[in-house]
Design a binder for this molecule. Structure first.
Ligand SMILES: NC(=O)c1ccc[n+]([C@@H]2O[C@H](COP(=O)([O-])OP(=O)(O)OC[C@H]3O[C@@H](n4cnc5c(N)ncnc54)[C@H](O)[C@@H]3O)[C@@H](O)[C@H]2O)c1
Length: 421
């Protein structure tokens, strides 16, 4: 097996997410974190202490990321800062010729996304969203099954981000998820679309023969954060929130599919990304932990009270398909997944580093970033207009019709390729 070249990376933004990324990075060979940066010295100290505890040499530390970008000992960057800062930083990384992996989140305007696209196109440098859910086991298995034709022609999908973050309402004073709290306080839209839409967009070939055309969004009233604050503190909540407790968005795609996205972070409930992928021959429904494939899954005749026969279709458990249909990278990884989020962080970081080594386009590229992140600002506009349909810009400027195919690789997300090494 050919030895992989070590990639020297810098990390800008050293919050909680960097700690979980490091949990994967310390399992990885052939990566060297040579520089770190945060505007807050206490975060640099915290991350240094994590390197100390792993007996790893401390990276060079910077308070100003512009200085880090001139460090010749850094060839690629991870940027887990905040939603309002990472796109500008990503543009600056690309202008210095350095690959950049940004964290998830939505955009404030389509203008900042155009700047991101132009920075990548004018420099030839890739920007990848580190959308770890694209490397989730179930998401990749369904991609594999769809590409094998088992779901038939795709018709309809659902996805979302439903996560009880009510604690933001009482912990904001201490800084917990402070920026997210501000977005929830002042904005009203799908603020966190990419965990759900990333894998679904890949399955639907968005930006490669398909694209998002329009969306229409609606928000409910906003009561959840206030209720969470008042239950927790016993005091009246001093803040009002704009963000509707449930935001529902319907996207219509050029190839005729519809996608319903749900965003809900303020009501008590178990976590879900609400995935549903449905075609003429099969369906995956995450919330039922079920897959139904016509001709494979249980279908039997029953007799009703009047003696008439009727057909019953039953779910197969998702796990029952793992043995035969796991994505090739999970066939190798499933025995010993490492890192946070069930191993998908580890896989996603490796996918990024592989593209850096090959100087190739990342499997989640700048057009994916722009299309997925634009849902946030476009959904705000639609809600403000009473649910009016809002058109998506074509960030590819027509290239989606006839894109250069993705280089075959085990990390590719447009199609499924065997693991060769
Ligand atoms: N993929 C996932 O599963 C996952 C999980 C959690 C968070 N996230 C994402 O990771 C990102 C970071 O989340 P977090 O919880 O760590 O946030 P955080 O606010 O705790 O940390 C962000 C850090 O960036 C620093 N920062 C901000 N602007 C900077 C700048 N210009 N230069 C240098 N440092 C700067 C802040 O000081 C802070 O320490 C967010 O986009 C979040 O949505 C992703």
């Amino acid at each position: 097996m050919a030895e992989l070249r070590t990639v020297k990376v810098g990390m800008i933004g050293l919050g909680q997410r960097t700690e979980t990324l490091l949990a994967s990075i310390f399992h990885m060979e052939n990566i060297d974190v040579t520089a770190i940066c945060d505007v807050r010295q206490e975060r640099i100290d915290k991350i240094n202490s994590i390197f100390d505890s792993h007996s790893s040499p401390r990276p060079k530390a910077y308070l100003d990321y512009h200085e880090l970008l001139d460090d010749p000992n850094v060839e690629a960057l991870f940027v887990p800062t905040s939603w309002n800062s990472h796109l500008q930083i990503a543009c600056d990384c690309m202008k210095k010729g350095k690959y950049v992996g940004i964290e998830v989140g939505g955009a404030s305007s389509t203008e900042e996304l155009w700047q991101l696209v132009h920075a990548s196109e004018s420099t030839g440098v890739s920007c990848m969203m580190l959308e770890n859910c694209c490397y989730g086991r179930n998401e990749l298995m369904v991609l594999n099954m769809v590409r094998k034709g088992m779901f038939g022609e795709l018709i309809y999908c659902e996805c979302g981000y439903e996560h009880d973050l009510g604690e933001m309402s009482w912990a904001a004073e201490t800084g917990l998820r402070l920026e997210r709290t501000l977005h929830n306080r002042y904005r009203n839209g799908d603020l966190y679309p990419t965990h759900g839409i990333g894998p679904i967009a890949k399955i639907l070939n968005i930006n490669r023969g398909n694209r998002f055309l329009t969306l229409s969004s609606h928000a409910t009233k906003a009561r959840g954060f206030v209720s969470a604050y008042e239950s927790h503190t016993g005091k009246p909540c001093p803040i009002r929130y704009n963000e509707g407790d449930i935001v529902t968005t319907v996207i219509h795609c050029a190839n005729g599919e519809n996608i319903t996205l749900t965003h809900g972070v303020s009501l008590p409930r178990p976590y879900s990304r609400d995935c549903r992928v449905q075609g003429t021959k099969g369906i995956w429904l995450e919330n039922a932990n079920g897959i139904y494939v016509d001709g494979i899954s249980p279908k039997y005749e029953k007799i009703d009270a009047a003696g008439n026969p009727y057909l019953v279709h039953d779910w197969d458990k998702v796990e029952s398909f793992y043995e035969k249909y796991d994505h090739p990278i999970w066939e190798h990884f499933r025995e010993n997944p490492v890192g946070e989020h069930g191993g998908m962080d580890f896989l996603c970081l490796n996918a990024f580093l592989d593209a850096v080594r090959r100087k190739d386009v990342t499997p989640i590229d700048v057009y994916d970033c722009a299309a997925w992140m634009s849902i946030t600002c476009l959904s705000e506009q639609s809600i403000a207009l009473g649910g009016m349909p809002v058109p998506f810009p074509d960030f590819t400027n027509g290239k989606w019709l006839d894109r250069v195919p993705e280089t075959p690789s085990k990390w590719a997300l447009s199609d499924v390729f065997p693991v060769t090494e």
